[in-house]
Design a protein around this ligand. Sequence first.
Ligand code: UDP
Ligand code: MG
Length: 316
Amino acid sequence: MDISIVIALLNEEESLPELRDWIMKVIKENNYTYEIIFIDDGSNDKSWEIVEHFSQEDRHIKAIKFRRNYGKSAALNEGFFYANGDIVITMDADLQDNPEEIPEMVRMIKENGYDLVSGWKKKRYDPWSKTFPTKLYNWATRKMTGIYLHDFNCGLKAYRKDVIKSIEVYGEMHRYIPVIAKWAGFKNIGEKIVKHQERKYGSTKFGWERFINGFLDLLTITFISRFGKRPMHLFGSIGTLLFLIGFIIAGYLAYQKIVMGIPKINERPLFDLGILAMQLGTILFVGGFLAELVSRTAHDRNIYLIEKKIHLDQRK
Ligand code: UDP
Ligand code: MG
């Protein structure tokens, strides 16, 4: 199968018929063998009935319905689990992403050897209140991850199948799939300028919390990818450093009191600083041990991404 198109949707009933027709037009023009996987993320409008109807008309259209709203990341993750095409495409259901971009993205993966091609909404049709914070967020993500994409959170992306089978997204981490993919070892990440449309029907499903959650998720994935399997290296080193600083301060003050006979050592700010540093250092150290214990007992402790295997079955 050439392509799987994975679409997460929440209350998009007005957009769905046009979306399907538009995608089918592109698929027909390019003679792709295909599947379209719709994941209904707990809609309470007619979205599910519409999708169900699509799949009765065309057996290549598949659908999953969540019992409740779990979020776009969960929906995509579920879609990735079932996707079977050589190239997997994600797009939004609200007609903001243009399916006519798909053939070029597919070509970039097939012919130019990219693992992942991310859309770049260079000219965006969204309100200023959304585009401005997004610029900041993209800048911060570039600085923190060293991945030079202009637009991390574009819904329209194409992946080599290996990529989506090797990564797991949850929370609101769909914003960072390129980052997660790169840290999983997929280095060829490309970008394509894509046409973007104004939202035609309905309204955005993400409020202002998107920026706070997005920032917290960035910290989490940075931490997990660097220290998830060795938390003590982070906590232990900072803890040790702080403890040593506190210890040196305490030693210095003790020397002043005992050898030089300077009174009222405990009234000096340095005294508090020394104690605070030693305490914080100890707490971090203990925290590091606890994190290490947790990561050792976590069930996915020994799951490492393996690029190739010979004469071995798939890991269960
Ligand atoms: N979506 C989803 N679950 C959610 C929120 C959004 O499946 O909890 C879908 C939504 O239906 C759309 C896509 O994710 O297909 C992008 O959402 P939206 O257009 O609201 O985001 P924006 O374009 O404003 O970033
Ligand atoms: Mg949208």
